[in-house]
Design a protein around this ligand. Sequence first.
Ligand code: ATP
Ligand code: MG
Length: 430
Amino acid sequence: MVLAIEKILNDEYLGRRVSIRGWIYRKRRVGKLIFLVVRDSTDIIQCVMEKNKIPAEDFKLLDKVGVESSVTLEGTLRKDDRAPTGYEIEAERIKIIGPSYNFPITRDKSDDFLLDNRHLWVRSREMNAILKIRHTVFGALHEYFREKGYYESQAPMFVTGAVEGGATLFEVPYFGKKAYLTQSSQFYLETLIFSLEKVYTVAPSFRAEKSRTRRHLTEYWHAEAEAAWYHNEDMMQDEEEMIVYIIQRVLEDRKKELEFLKRDREFLESIEKPFKKMRYEELIKFAQDHGVEIHYGDDLGADEETAITKHFDGPVFITHYPRKIKPFYHRPDPENPKVVLCHDLLAPEGYGEIIGGGERIYKLEVLLERMEENGLNPENYYWYMDLRKYGSVPHSGFGLGMDRFVWWIAGLTHIKYAIPYPRTIRRTRP
Ligand code: ATP
Ligand code: MG
């Protein structure tokens, strides 16, 4: 029986005959011996082939092929402290399934080269670890929502209206007319709460981001939720519960991967709810006190977020932004209509915003006023306005950038490492 490498890195199999399959990760010849490190999806193991112990033809072929050849291999397991994972297979049989010669990725390749060859680089141990963390984050998110009584649903990707403003819309030809790629599924989720009350979706959002930052993609994975009867505070409560749940999950299931990436696990372990809250006003003061050049009324740019959140010891909710710098659908605070009942969640350690959310306007006249303020044509939003005409309810929602979240949890330097195939202003391939 073929076993996963991870399974046999274990005293239980010492002296026993084992079979594995995978790809040659490293290879070196020392006289009559060939040392291989073989990888599969689970781990790596050293294997040694002695010239006289395996068929001559197999040895010859193995001597010729390069790294990334796929192989099946059988042999006896023993302990070896010098081997990278502590064990070694003394091979008795090896079969090359798909040979590989001159694999283009060698040591010290530039970042651009690795991005051009992402289809091959996804095999690296680093990407393998990141992709597994990403898998756990996505899985845990679904678990959380379903457990909490949210229904999963889907919104269209071809749309005719902007959620986040026209500047970052991607226009696509649509049978002689124009359509756009969606920037957010929020408005559609808002329609669905009138049926399902609590809904969520995980889908791509598209934004023509022209700025080059460490945190913007043009196509990103967006987890969005809307909940009927929820006020801003209620929404934040679910969010912090969700973030802590997912982090716990990653800490439990992805210990090895976090270690491989040298992520500071203790820091992740220290994250607890409730998260700190700061009003926008206080944040500006906090930023100024820490030498960040920013004034009341400014939106936080990527650089400011980095500078500010380096001083945070956990995620922080920023609430009550001035209405002028937030999209039209946010509900103005009845106690001070100059600000809106919204929240952004800023991740610490220099990472910055991972969630944008808030309470939505539920009264038609307030919505119309805010649309006028923003120069929007109500006709384009007829269906969004209908929600305020037929049985409107207070409600709130949020959007979590999944790639940003993975970027932070895995402790990566750039968001492009958090997704298998990043799309940015400069890159649409492979
Ligand atoms: P930013 O100020 O960083 O551009 P935003 O205010 O435009 O973010 P929202 O519209 O609130 O973001 O979107 C919700 C979430 O989606 C953000 O908190 C972030 O995690 C994620 N997000 C937004 N834009 C991008 C992007 N271009 N690439 C990756 N994730 C993004
Ligand atoms: Mg933006």
